[in-house]
Structure formats: structure tokens, C-alpha cells
Design a protein. Structure first.
Length: 566
């Protein structure tokens, strides 16, 4: 309580300018995070940072003194007539006010979207509010940035009631083994999270602490196989680099975490369904889950701009933790997917390798991530069947000068994510990405996937074209998203029905714009869902053509937001 009173008193004192070096830039920070990465292509920001281990610490980047004002040509204003930084003369204590942000999202027909942190998949209007404070005292830093989300969570059509009972049964076969509710309850949703908060000890290039911040591992923009900001952040101990660690072999970045994952508490569908008088929903264990993970990126000094990386994660129920091997499974022998003698494998594991190659002269980059779900320790089998339980992300980005005298450019980005399993036997065996029969919440936190937001069995192709100038951006986005093709093949493969793929085609206009202390963002997107929820008319006349129209749906999504920087 005394510490809190001291902080409040300090906020009302005369502020003196200072700079805090340990605060992080939250994953997905509007416009600012884009600026740093785009700036690498333009030669404006530090090209030694991989952007494969986030959040980043911008104040430690070359030539950057304030995380939220990365554009050195931007004029500084003070709309509220209050400086957001304070340091008492002769004291080591530094205090900064973190930006206040308001983000809203509206879906007209059904939930859509991912990589939105504490927000939930929801129809209707939802709002996310965040603000905070940062304290720096010597090697100690405290970042307190909670998040509050409220969502109308309106009713919508989930899995169509016209499906045959056996199709419902197969739906539950998959979604009983992953915590991905179609709807988060039957009423409005309100929740407060610790958000982008942390307490750390920072020394030179290393940091150790406790954090609830969102993480992102890998080079992807729209997707990451193992760690993204699709789900709310989770409490974790972290030991990580805060800037590239230089060695004779090149520079390294990395992070080691030990965290706690939480369950949503909601069933796959509301209401539940039965099959031959048996309830299809099998309640999941209510135990918390322990997650251990590591990511390491290497930049060889002989090849500027090349980043090679590896990440790995393993989760288990808290009740099954027993000894150092369970707490640090990343440093022990990998258990096979199928344990001997019918024993249950109590761990859910996945790993990936990735590469990002930055070409500054060409103002372009290319990246690739390739991962295995519930990998084995059999190198021979991995060579013989590299496509088994695999997923990958491929992307490239290129900047084209548009008006050099005004620093205007065109940015073209293409990314492909493929999570669909390649073997129907693996799909029937329940080995699709993020789904697990033994850790029955799957790879999720609070009911959302920790990795790629398109979820198990999903495929995504994304094209973005944008005009950019500093923090300003105006662009269009075109995407094709195939929903859980693994479920499609599991449910309909035996019948030979290949008409039912659920595919979303979307077109969006988006923009980000800075004005004095403010950064605004907006997005307007139309989504045409073909064969929504994999449904087509079940009964057709004998003389009807084989290919018939499915049940299509149109969803309009609107996003608006504003961030105030002190």
C-alpha cells in the first residue's frame, strides 16, 4: 500500500524528462510495431533484431530513445499538457505512463478474426481498454498494464442443427480434445486480465522475471505455429534476451519460459447434443496446465540479415508434475507420441524451425517456419515421412519506393499458413495440430489457440498491399481461409462427399494514422463464408445435380481504435 501511495504522489509532482530502457512494446502494438519491422526494410531501424522473439525492447535498439515515438521526424505534442515521464533529481527511480488504448470490434453475423489478445471470438460489439505505468529502479523494472475486455457475445448459429447426428458425434470427437468453444457462454462477457504486465531484473542483454505479456515466436506476420497473441497472455516465468547477445559466432536472441495455462470452462457447443441417448460432450479436467517453452534465434556474423531459429513447447497437467524432468522437459529425452505398453503420454509437445532473411538493399524479406505436432525422437522416421503431423508458414515482403521525396512507399506482403494434416489415418487418430487426447484442452489458453489463430486443420492465404509513410498506413487485404479441413475429411471422407469445404473469402480496407499524441487505426472487412459450418442441403431430389449450393453467410467486420501516447 505504501508503494502504491508513493507512486500516486509521484504522478502529481513536477515531471522531469527521462528515458526508461526496460519497457517492452506489446505484441501487436498499433502502427508502432509495424514501423520498426518496416523500418528494417527501409534501413531506418536496427537490422540486428530478428523480430522472431517478441515482445521487443525498443529503447535498446540502435538510435531509439522512446518506444512509442520511433519516427524521429515526428513532431512531439502534449495534448493533455502532462509529461508522462518522471525522475526525481538524484534518484534512480524512473516512472513513465504507458499509452492508453481503446480498441473496438464488431461482427455482424458470426465471430471472425484472430491475433487480438484478450478479445474473444464473438458476434456483436466488443471493446478492449488498456493503460498502465512503468517503473525502473536500477536493474529492477515493473510494468503494470492491465486489460479490460467487454463483449456483447450475441447469439449466432454455430454448428448447423441440420447436420446428421453422426456428424455431430464426429465434431465432438475433435472438439472434446481441444478447448475451443464456439461461443463463450450465453450472455455478455466481461473480464479483466493482468495484460501486458511484468516485473523483471535486467542486466546488460539479459532479463529474468515474472510476466503476463503476450508472446510471439517465429517470423510470421499473420500466423505463428507455437506462440502468438491470438489468446490472452498467460502468467509465466521468463529468462530472455532484451537485445541481441553478441558472440564470435554471431548474435543470439532467445527466451525460456515456464507458465500456467487456464481453461475457458465452456463446452464446445451450446446447447450440447446427444447421440443414441448419450451426451456427446465429455467434460474436460478442471486442472490447470503447466507450459514449458524455449525459442532461440541465431544470426551468423558471416551472413548479414539471416536469422535461423528453433522453438519448442511442452505442456502437462499440474497434477502430473513430478520432478525436474516434468518441469524442464525441454532438456530431457523426448518421449515418443505413442508410449510403450499402453502407457499414457502425459505431455503435449510441438516444435518448429524457422528462417528469416532480410535483404536491406532490395528492401525485402523472405521467411519460413516448419513445425511438427507431437514430435518423436526418431530422426530416421522424420526423414522418411517429413510431412507427418507437419505445418508450415511461408511469407515474403517487398517495399517499392512510391515517392522518395516524401518518404512514401508501397509495401506488398504475401503469407501462406498450412495446418491441414496430410494423412487421413492421422486425422482419424486425433493427431491434428493443437488437438490432444491426453491434454484435453489442447494447445490453448482461456479457450483460444496459443499458436496460429486459424486453429486446427486450417489453411490461410493472405495478400496485403499498403501505402506507408512513417507511422501512417493505408492498405487492402485479401484472404482465403479454409476452416478445419481435418474435421472435413474426418466427417465426410468415408462418404466420398467432397463438396463441403468451409471457405471464407475476405476483402478488407485498413489504415493506421498518427496525429499529434494519438494513433488511430481502422479496418472494414467483408467476409463471404461458403458452406458456412460445412453445411449443404442434406436431402436433394433424385434428379438434382450433384454440386448444390451450400448455406452461405456474409459477415461484416468493423474495427476502430485509438492510442494516446504520453
Amino acid at each position: 500500500m505504501r508503494v502504491l501511495k508513493f507512486i500516486l504522489v509521484c504522478l502529481f509532482l513536477q515531471f522531469a524528462k527521462t528515458t526508461s530502457y526496460g519497457q517492452t512494446l506489446p505484441v501487436g502494438a498499433t502502427a508502432v510495431e509495424d514501423y520498426y519491422r518496416n523500418g528494417q526494410l527501409l534501413g531506418l531501424t536496427d537490422t540486428n533484431v530478428s523480430f522472431t522473439v517478441r515482445p521487443i525492447f525498443p529503447a535498446l535498439l540502435k538510435g531509439r530513445r522512446n518506444a512509442y515515438y520511433p519516427d524521429t521526424t515526428e513532431l512531439r505534442y502534449n495534448l493533455l499538457n502532462a509529461d508522462g515521464q518522471w525522475q526525481q533529481k538524484g534518484s534512480k527511480l524512473k516512472i513513465s505512463l504507458l499509452p492508453v488504448s481503446l480498441q473496438t470490434q464488431f461482427n455482424s453475423h458470426h465471430p471472425y478474426g484472430w491475433n487480438d489478445g484478450a478479445m474473444i471470438p464473438s458476434k456483436g460489439l466488443q471493446t478492449l481498454i488498456s493503460a498502465g505505468i512503468y517503473l525502473d529502479y536500477g536493474i529492477l523494472s515493473v510494468q503494470f498494464k492491465p486489460e479490460f475486455v467487454t463483449a456483447a457475445n450475441s447469439e449466432f448459429e454455430t454448428f448447423n442443427n441440420g447436420h446428421y447426428d453422426v456428424i455431430f458425434a464426429r465434431y465432438y470427437d475433435i472438439y472434446n480434445n481441444i478447448d475451443l468453444p464456439a461461443r463463450f457462454g450465453t450472455s455478455s462477457y466481461n473480464k479483466v486480465y493482468w495484460g501486458q504486465s511484468s516485473i523483471r531484473l535486467n542486466y546488460k542483454a539479459l532479463s529474468f522475471g515474472l510476466s503476463t505479456e503476450s508472446l510471439w515466436w517465429g517470423p510470421g506476420i499473420r500466423s505463428s505455429l507455437l506462440m502468438s497473441n491470438n489468446a490472452p497472455g498467460f502468467a509465466h516465468l521468463t529468462f530472455n534476451t532484451i537485445k541481441p547477445l553478441k558472440t564470435p559466432l554471431g548474435s543470439f536472441e532467445g527466451q525460456l519460459i515456464a507458465g500456467r495455462l487456464e481453461n475457458s470452462g465452456f463446452a464446445p457447443l451450446v446447447p450440447d447434443h446427444s447421440y443414441f441417448g448419450t451426451n456427446l460432450y465429455i467434460p474436460k479436467p478442471n486442472d490447470w496446465r503447466y507450459l514449458a517453452g524455449v525459442v532461440l534465434t541465431w544470426q551468423p556474423k558471416w551472413i548479414p540479415g539471416l536469422f535461423l531459429g528453433y522453438d519448442q513447447s511442452s505442456q502437462t497437467y499440474g497434477k502430473d508434475l513430478n520432478g525436474i524432468r516434468d518441469y524442464l522437459p525441454l532438456f530431457t529425452t523426448v518421449k515418443p507420441v505413442t508410449a510403450p505398453d499402453g502407457a499414457i503420454n502425459k505431455q503435449d509437445q510441438r516444435s518448429a524451425m524457422f528462417v528469416r532473411w532480410l535483404w536491406t538493399k532490395e528492401q525485402a524479406e523472405v521467411y519460413f517456419e516448419y513445425g511438427h505436432n507431437n514430435y518423436t525422437n526418431d530422426a530416421t522416421q522424420d526423414v522418411l515421412t517429413p510431412d507427418k503431423s507437419r505445418a508450415y508458414i511461408f511469407g515474403l515482403r517487398k517495399i517499392l519506393p512510391f515517392n522518395r521525396s516524401r518518404n512514401e512507399n508501397l509495401l506488398i506482403g504475401l503469407e501462406v499458413t498450412q495446418l491441414q494434416e496430410t494423412s487421413i489415418d492421422n486425422i482419424k487418430g486425433g493427431y491434428e495440430w493443437y488437438v490432444n487426447k491426453n491434454i484435453r484442452q489442447g494447445y490453448t489458453n482461456h479457450g483460444e489457440v496459443l499458436g496460429a489463430g486459424i486453429g486446427p486443420g486450417g489453411n490461410l492465404q493472405s495478400l496485403n498491399v499498403s501505402w506507408i509513410k512513417g507511422l501512417k498506413k493505408l492498405g487492402i487485404q485479401i484472404e482465403r481461409y479454409a476452416h478445419n479441413n481435418d474435421f472435413y475429411y474426418y466427417a465426410y471422407y468415408d462418404s466420398g462427399d467432397f463438396r463441403r469445404h468451409w471457405v471464407d473469402l475476405s476483402f478488407a480496407a485498413n489504415g493506421e494514422w498518427n496525429y499529434k499524441n494519438l494513433i488511430f487505426n481502422a479496418k472494414l472487412m467483408g467476409v463471404q463464408s461458403i458452406n458456412y459450418q460445412w453445411y449443404i442441403n442434406q436431402v436433394q431430389p433424385a434428379d438434382a445435380p450433384y454440386f448444390v449450393n451450400g448455406i452461405n453467410a456474409f459477415n461484416l467486420q468493423l474495427q476502430l481504435g485509438a492510442t494516446y501516447r504520453f
